[in-house]
Ligand binder design. Structure first.
Ligand code: FE2
Length: 464
């Protein structure tokens, strides 16, 4: 029987009919530590020695349960430690942001002030010997492996504006390519090159005419491609206090900006693209002088207005080719099966790669649902798929290369699945090569992990 230790509890109100406060979108109200043994079906691969971290929205307080949106909840980290073929323990913690301090009186974090006291709910990464949680509306927060909040992170005073939740770390140099869009600009977009030790060496301001939401970027070893797509900051929604005041404009500016990563301040080359939106890039790489990116593209998203819920198309996998001699992006549909939360072997970031993995996405009763996984074959544009039984829902599959793995499919996929019948979650480990619906291991957790966004796997050597 797993042992439990409870810490902070909250009372997020669950009244009303907001779907993002129901089912596995609803928050958990307790911080807890559980230690094993846990019930395991199958066998946990013994070379998985590390810490799986996941981040996602988990509102401690819901100010208005009619208007609450999934993207705006407080960040909660979940940690699962694997060792020698066993799950040693689970813990969860709210990220101690100033927003949480304002809401429920937790200690405010040390570190620089931010323009907005927002949530830190989107991603978690390991960089420069730090664990950082990220959200695009603010600065990173530095965490301990025990999920305690250390401080707001500004890279020794070199970061002063919001930073993306999807920076890219070069697998060879350890340097980070990061950017941030800033509603309080101009500039509305900045691009930073950050040393492996965690210091911004230079920043290029990119002169956008207005603020648009930019969630991810296309980063190769030598180039970065910025999305300037028509999901813009909407003054009417902002004035009304909408938490995410962005709106899709089918007539709006829609283009991609290419910049050489080598030096600061070079001129951005703009290529047009049909109005659409991209949240996530699978991977990008150089092909001669061209930048090539595989990504999930929406015909429309954040299709909203005053008093209307967000509308969105479903995404499809596309390959975008951006040539310095072209005036427009060349688009090819690789696969129509809707999926999101793509992951690759991080060792292939910015390089030609063979495989990626993603979560199937569907709409059920107007809500996002996650019925399984896809495996992307970048060479052939084909996919394999895992379809889960109806009572289970998937999450972002994090690839961990096996200790003797030679390629980007010789490893494991780690995901958390929600089991509707028990209203609890499982840690599930798939063989990325076999990509079979029967996992190597399914570990039943005595807790529920709400649907979240992104996570990371830290090898034990990186945090002990
Ligand atoms: Fe994301």
């Amino acid at each position: 029987m797993a042992r439990a230790e409870a810490f902070l509890t909250t009372t997020a109100p669950l009244a009303g009919s907001n779907p993002y406060l129901m089912g596995n979108f609803r928050p958990v109200v307790e911080e807890t530590v559980r230690t094993g043994p846990f019930t395991v079906e199958g066998a946990i691969p013994p070379d998985l020695n590390g810490l799986l971290l996941r981040n996602g929205p988990n509102p401690a307080v819901v100010q208005n349960s009619d208007t609450y949106h999934w993207f705006s909840g407080d960040g909660m980290l979940h940690g699962l430690e694997l060792r020698d073929g066993a799950l040693l323990g689970y813990r969860n913690r709210f990220v101690r942001t100033r927003m949480l301090a304002d809401e429920i009186g937790t200690m405010s974090p040390r570190g620089p002030r931010e323009a907005i006291n927002g949530p830190a709910n989107t991603n978690v990464i390991s960089f420069a010997n730090r664990i950082l949680v990220l959200v695009e509306s603010g600065l990173p927060h530095r965490m301990t492996p025990d999920l305690e909040t250390v401080c707001v992170e500004d890279f020794d005073g070199t970061l002063a504006s919001p930073m993306t939740a999807h920076p890219k770390i070069d697998p060879e140099t350890g340097a980070m390519a990061a950017f941030g869009y800033d509603p309080f600009g101009p500039p509305y977009l900045r691009y930073h090159e950050i040393t492996p030790e965690g210091k911004i060496v230079w920043t290029t301001a990119i002169d956008l005419p207005s603020c648009v939401m930019i969630h991810d970027a296309m980063v190769s070893a030598t180039q970065i491609g910025f999305f300037d797509l028509p999901v813009g900051l909407d003054a009417e929604l902002a004035m009304a206090g909408v938490a995410l005041p962005f709106r899709f404009d089918p007539e709006g500016r829609s283009r991609v900006g290419l910049l050489d990563r080598g030096t600061p301040g070079e001129r951005v080359q703009w290529l047009s693209v049909e109005p659409c939106y991209v949240f996530h890039v699978v991977n990008a790489f150089d092909d001669g002088a061209d930048l090539v990116a595989d990504l999930y593209c929406y015909d429309r998203t954040f299709d909203t207005g005053m008093g209307r819920l967000l509308g969105s198309a479903l995404p499809r996998l596309e390959r975008w080719r951006m040539s310095p001699t072209a005036t427009a992006v060349h688009r090819t549909v690789l696969d129509d099966l809707p999926a999101e939360f793509p992951r690759i072997d991080d060792a292939m970031a910015g390089r030609p790669y063979a495989h990626g993995y993603a979560t199937q996405i569907a709409r059920r009763d107007g809500l996002d649902a996650f019925p399984g996984y896809v495996k992307i074959n970048a060479d052939h544009g084909t996919v394999a798929r895992i379809d889960l039984p109806d009572h289970l829902q998937a999450s972002e599959p994090i690839f961990v290369r096996a200790s003797d793995g030679k390629t980007d499919e010789e490893g494991w996929l780690l995901a958390v699945e929600y089991d509707r019948t028990s209203d609890s979650s499982d840690l599930v480990i798939y063989d990325a090569h076999a990509f079979s619906a029967k996992p190597e291991a399914r570990i039943h957790l005595p807790v529920r992990i709400p649907f979240g966004f992104h996570g990371a796997y830290l090898d034990a050597g990186h945090f002990n």
